[in-house]
Design a protein around this ligand. Structure first.
Ligand SMILES: Cc1cc2nc3c(=O)[nH]c(=O)nc-3n(C[C@H](O)[C@H](O)[C@H](O)COP(=O)(O)O)c2cc1C
Length: 182
């Protein structure tokens, strides 16, 4: 198996991370590589954001508020965004917001870049959780990361050294995966 195949097959979403902070420079350099992705019309729609201390504190507060309920629920939601090495966001900037085809293609290009980022992290012993949950849909969150009304949010990424990696799922060969045409 090639090294690339090993990484693609082994990568998993992680949920529990060590708190030690990751170097923003390292994350920025991975983004530089990640955007070597297919991109129709070369629109370069990807906008990565590395959240610093202040913006992470805002995100943590938003997540706690979103959780509602009692102190325990708030603390649990906050911990999810505190106990990680880094938080990044990715959105697709609207290059032609009225053209649904371009919007779709730009989002697809960003998803390719996101997968590249996940694989590059994995190669370095790091993992991530791609998040599109409730907190990511708050207008305050979009404002925090600079995702305009006509831009397309792609995800928040909780990143760090994984404390636990879910077992590899059973991926049986699917005979219908590829259909050959005569
Ligand atoms: C567009 C997108 C959105 C996702 N949103 C979430 C999310 O909100 N919460 C979460 O735990 N995982 C999220 N994931 C991760 C998937 O749940 C995960 O990839 C899936 O369970 C397969 O596991 P694996 O990544 O370990 O192969 C998202 C993945 C994608 C591609």
């Amino acid at each position: 198996m090639s090294q690339l195949e090993v990484i693609i097959r082994a990568r998993r979403t992680a949920y529990d991370f060590a708190s030690e902070p990751l170097e923003p420079d390292m994350l920025r350099s991975l983004c530089d590589v990640a955007v070597c992705a297919p991109n129709h019309r070369r629109t370069a729609p990807w906008r990565f954001v590395v959240l610093g201390q202040q913006s992470r504190a805002t995100l943590t507060r938003l997540a706690a508020d979103q959780a509602g309920g009692g102190a325990e629920a708030r603390a649990k939601a906050a911990l999810k965004w505190e106990k990680i090495g880094a938080v990044m966001a990715l959105f697709s900037v609207s290059t032609k917001p009225d053209d649904v085809e371009v919007v779709r293609e730009d989002y697809a290009a960003c998803a390719c870049a996101a997968q590249n980022l996940l694989l590059l992290l994995w190669e370095r012993g790091l993992a991530a959780q791609w998040c599109t949950g409730k907190v990511t849909r708050l207008p305050e969150l979009r404002q925090l990361i600079g995702c305009g009304e006509r831009d397309t949010f792609v995800g928040l990424f909780r990143i760090g050294v994984p404390l636990e990696v879910p077992e590899l799922p059973n991926r049986p060969h699917d005979p219908n995966l590829v259909r050959d045409l005569p």
